[in-house]
Write a protein that binds this ligand. Structure first.
Ligand code: SF4
Length: 356
């Protein structure tokens, strides 16, 4: 196989703006960076409107670095995986402090920013700075597996080594940015997971799986681990016309976001016992548990959550932020202005609509 011919065929097929992505054609590192972070774990159709809003609110590194964590999390609300937003903010502040506001232009500098892994660093390096770095995401892995007929299971060290070698051999020197984006587009539109559209594929003449007829069997995947379901309870604590919300510590899952106090139901506990324990641990107060307000469900990548919310009161004690970074009594109509994860937002909207 001639690597040059492969890349030529691919680049002839590639249309930079073919999927109506507002970040395409940009070679500004900030725009490439934000779009690549948003696209992790999130579909192009979802990212489009978030990206446009984000660029209006934070058009450059400086405006992002000067924003509050609350504003950044609020702008991110609905995209999920909030560590991405917190890392964008951290990295923007670091670029202002350590690089005089200029995005680092070499792979080492880009990789050292918070929240930037090997794939994102290579994407920024190639698209924004023209460096010959292959960016290998899930779509590109699938294409490489099939083009080279790689039987090693995805995620195994053996397969990862093969991807690096294959991508470097196929890369179009001097046009790595377009090459990487073309590979991503090929994986998302033609070399799709089920029933790849080989008859429309611009590189089918170079594809070992197509020649061998094995494309439907690839990639070989390791068996998926079981996804556990976690039972969680939350207290909607009323006082007069207000409810109590707590802000999670900055690190960890949903860090910096606001929530209704509560937590996991431990084995053998009833919901009421779990709520009483959690509210003492979190707020140092004895809670009176009232009616169940409803069940709310959400699927994260590695676990599912079933959250049951209860109407509650604190008849004797004043709450203290023992585990949260901050607690506040707020009117229900203002809840929408606080950044929240999916489940707490479902509760807050149900409260605002008088459904609970
Ligand atoms: Fe994928 Fe088929 Fe193209 Fe091979 S020929 S890269 S299997 S779409």
């Amino acid at each position: 196989m001639s690597p040059k011919s492969f890349s030529e065929s691919l680049l002839t097929w590639y249309l930079p703006d073919s999927r109506g992505m507002p970040w395409r054609g940009a070679n500004d590192a900030y725009q490439v960076w934000v779009s690549e972070i948003m696209l992790q774990q999130t579909r192009v159709d979802t990212v489009r409107s978030f990206y446009l809003r984000w660029m209006r609110q934070f058009p450059d590194v400086k405006s992002l670095a000067e924003a509050s964590e609350q504003d950044v999390l609020k702008a991110w609300e609905g995209l999920g995986y909030y560590a991405r937003a917190r890392n964008l903010l951290k990295a923007a502040r670091l670029i202002m402090e350590q690089y005089d506001g200029v995005f680092p232009s070499n792979l080492h500098g880009i990789s050292s920013l918070p929240g930037i892994g090997a794939y994102t660093a290579a994407a920024i390096a190639s698209i924004a700075f023209g460096l010959d770095e292959p960016a290998i995401d899930g779509n590109v892995r699938r294409v490489l597996v099939r083009v080279q007929n790689i039987r090693a299971p995805l995620g195994s060290p053996k397969a990862e080594d093969k991807f690096q070698t294959a991508a470097r051999n196929l890369l179009a020197p001097g046009r790595a940015g377009d090459f990487n984006q073309a590979m991503m587009d090929l994986g998302s539109s033609i070399c799709i997971p089920r029933q790849p559209r080989c008859s429309e594929c611009p590189v089918h003449q170079f594809c070992a799986a197509y020649k061998a007829g094995t494309q439907a069997e690839l990639p070989v995947k390791l068996p998926k681990p079981m996804v556990p379901t976690i039972q969680v309870i939350a207290a909607v604590i009323h006082k007069d016309a207000q409810v109590l919300i707590a802000r999670r510590p900055s690190s960890g899952l949903l860090g910096g976001m606001w929530e209704f106090p509560g937590g996991k139901v431990e084995p053998g506990e009833t919901d009421e016992e779990a709520l009483k324990r959690e509210i003492i641990e979190e707020l140092g107060a004895k809670v009176q548990v009232g009616a169940c307000l409803g069940d709310y469900k959400h699927a994260y990548t590695h676990f599912h959550v079933v959250l049951r919310a209860y109407d509650c009161e604190l008849p004797h004690d004043e709450p203290q932020p023992l585990e949260a970074s901050e607690i506040r009594w707020v009117e229900i109509k203002t809840l929408e202005s606080f950044p929240m994860g999916k489940l707490d937002r479902m509760i807050s909207r149900a409260l605002a609509q008088g459904e609970t």
